[in-house]
Design a protein around this ligand. Structure first.
Ligand code: SRM
Ligand code: SF4
Length: 577
């Protein structure tokens, strides 16, 4: 699968560098003046460059948009707080760690929730300045950090979640951890600022060097996965770098390497588009870290540092050409890619409920709508997970679909875990396949970039879509439906069969034509639809699907075959035409 077109643009984009380049360069390896800001009680926020620099430490400054106008009226500054995103390669967390994050969320955050993300980790929302250091120290005491979960670096490395079917999982997970460690920033800024770590002295008082990331770090965010086919739960085509596990007789022998996926675009800017990753070829296991570093350093040196909207690896590939990029990676890693080994992706969903693993252990995947763990009236989900953590002897796995797996349960412990899950509303046999196949990003009230609702809109939308499917006798079928509050694509609408992308309050662009395996980008079908128009469109499309579909034909395949939407084969050429 490839998205590449012929290209031979310049290796380096000349021009005035984006301001983020200045601030990274002047940051003294990500220290800035964050420490001083922390003790500035005049504002709840971070000043100047520090607003951006805290991202490299895994935090974003936010405020509650629901109360922003009211505070402005009262002549108060927005209620500044930070969102923290933890680094959890492969999304694995132990029960004792869970209990500590559960307590921190309850005691020290404005919203009291734990938010599971689309990249296998959790976020705290609403941490006020006086609690930020405490938060990092609490996490550090249980072996968790938030280094490089945001900013222009390699982010949390994903790994296929399912521990059930594959003996490869443990090894794949270990690779995800190794890759994450290998590509982490080496600066001690995080330890110095948040953990009161000892300061290192350099010639100018600065401390370190960054052999892989460089002193200006990467041109833009960078995302990596390790995936075990046939599952594509991590959605490789949303990622800059992917290692597709290849096994011989059940033993992991190496990876096919896919580079240059990414989903964001900007409304009205045709130079931006979602794009699948290109397949560079196969490498044996021993070359994994060298290849990872070679891809990252090539993007570091060739990525666009002038225009951040075109700075991700996907645009570098389309500018220089995939073959040129590949040859450079081979040179830097000292390898030659072999021909890719065959594999197939068949699906992306989590199997909700109990599954028995190859090792006789049991795994319970809990469906967590939009990943929001909170105690709702009559549905104390967050308390339920904490109660499970108190008795659970295995671990938890956060999935890239914002769900949570209680993993490694002995047969004799199943009944107790299930009883707790049911008593707290974490297991509900009535959850439809459609609801399981639907996902939304956070959006309002915390995301500063949201143009429309997503997480708060999805549950009601799914009720309606369930009704439409039932009306057309398709209640047992489902459509991969994803909503994002803006075109940045955090809920991966750009790999959905129906992707709704926020355009303005209550308005969405509708994209159609993604597939079940997550290997096809959907194309815009209708622009700026209101909520009623969305339902009318879905009703009309589902009616046609019901009457014209071929046996078992998925919705996303149907809309292309029926000529309702054109297929996006090569994003740069087809997405906007
Ligand atoms: Fe994202 C920015 C939430 C996965 C593309 N994303 C943001 C911010 C931090 C807004 C901001 O910059 O101030 C959002 C915070 C909202 C909040 O209040 O929590 C945000 N992104 C999320 C999460 C929490 C969505 C979710 O519902 O789970 C996901 C956290 C993942 C994690 O744990 O690391 C999340 N973001 C994604 C994904 C999906 C993925 O990676 O699988 C994408 C699309 C893939 C890609 O990168 O192409 C994504 N987020 C973006 C972008 C656009 C990047 C670009 O290429 O232009 C932004 C904005 C930016 O970077 O300028 C962004
Ligand atoms: Fe915010 Fe947009 Fe990402 Fe949704 S897609 S979380 S609205 S940045």
């Amino acid at each position: 699968m490839t998205d590449s077109t012929q290209a031979n643009g310049p290796l380096i984009v000349e021009g005035k560098l984006a301001d983020n380049e200045r601030l990274k360069g002047e940051s003294n390896f990500l220290r800035g003046t964050i420490e001083q800001d922390l003790s500035d009680a005049v504002t709840g926020g971070f000043n100047g460059d520090n607003f951006q620099l805290i991202r490299f430490h895994g935090m974003y400054q936010q405020d509650d948009r629901d109360i922003r106008a009211e505070r402005t009226k009262q002549k108060l500054e927005p209620l500044h707080n930070v969102m923290l995103r933890a680094r959890m390669p492969g999304g694995i967390i132990k029960p004792e760690q869970w209990l500590a994050i559960d307590k921190f969320a309850a005691d020290k955050t404005m919203y009291g929730s734990i938010r599971l993300t689309t990249r296998q980790t959790f976020q705290f929302h609403g941490v006020l300045k006086p609690n930020i250091k405490l938060m990092h120290q609490t996490l550090n005491s249980i072996g968790i950090d938030s280094i490089a979960t945001a900013g222009d670096v390699n982010r949390n490395v994903l790994c296929t979640t399912n521990p059930v079917e594959s003996e490869l999982h443990q090894e794949a997970y270990e690779w995800a951890t190794k890759i994450s460690e290998h590509l982490l920033p080496k600066t001690r800024a995080y330890a110095e600022i948040w953990l009161d770590g000892e300061k290192l002295e350099g010639p100018n008082g600065e401390a370190t060097e960054e052999p892989i990331l460089g002193s200006n770090y990467l041109p833009r965010k960078f995302k990596t996965t390790v995936v075990i086919p046939p599952q594509n739960d991590v959605d490789v085509h949303a990622n800059d770098l992917n290692f597709v596990a290849i096994a011989d007789n059940g033993k992991l022998v190496g990876f096919n390497v896919l580079v240059g996926g990414g989903l964001a675009m900007t409304h009205g800017d045709k130079s931006t588009y979602p794009r699948r990753a290109d397949d560079l070829g196969f490498v044996p296991l021993e070359n994994t870290l060298d290849v990872a570093a070679a891809v990252v350093t090539t993007q570091r040196d060739w990525g666009n540092r002038v225009n951040r909207k075109n700075a991700k690896t996907k645009y570098t590939l389309d500018r220089v050409g995939t073959d040129v990029f590949k040859a450079e990676v081979e040179k830097r890693a000292g390898i030659t890619f072999a021909e890719s080994r065959p594999y197939e992706f068949t699906g992306r969903g989590d199997r909700i409920g109990w599954v028995e693993g190859f090792d006789g252990k049991h795994h319970l995947a809990l469906f967590i709508e939009n990943g929001r763990l909170l105690d709702y009236p009559g549905k104390p989900l967050k308390t339920g997970v904490a109660e499970i953590a108190k008795v659970h002897k295995g671990d938890f796995r956060m999935t890239a679909n914002q769900n949570l797996i209680v993993a490694g349960v002995a047969p004799e412990d199943k009944a107790q875990i299930e009883e707790i899950a049911r008593a707290h509303g974490l297991m509900d046999d009535g959850i439809s396949k459609q609801r399981q196949d639907s996902m939304a990003c956070v959006a309002f009230p915390t995301c500063p970039l949201a143009m429309a609702e997503a997480e708060r809109y999805l549950p009601g939308l799914v009720d309606e879509v369930e009704g439409i499917l039932a009306k057309h006798d398709l209640a047992d079928d489902s459509i991969i439906l994803r909503v994002t509050g803006c075109p940045n694509g955090c809920g991966r609408a750009m790999l959905a069969e129906i992707g709704l992308v926020g355009k303005g309050p209550g308005k969405y662009n509708m994209h159609l034509g993604g597939n079940l395996a997550g290997t096809r980008v959907p194309k815009m079908y209708k622009e700026g639809l209101g909520e009623q128009e969305i339902l009318t469109e879905i009703d009309t499309l589902v009616a046609r699907w019901a009457s014209e579909r071929e046996t078992n034909e998925a919705f996303g395949d149907f809309v292309i075959r029926a000529g309702i939407i054109a297929e996006v084969k090569v994003s740069k050429r087809d997405f906007h035409d």
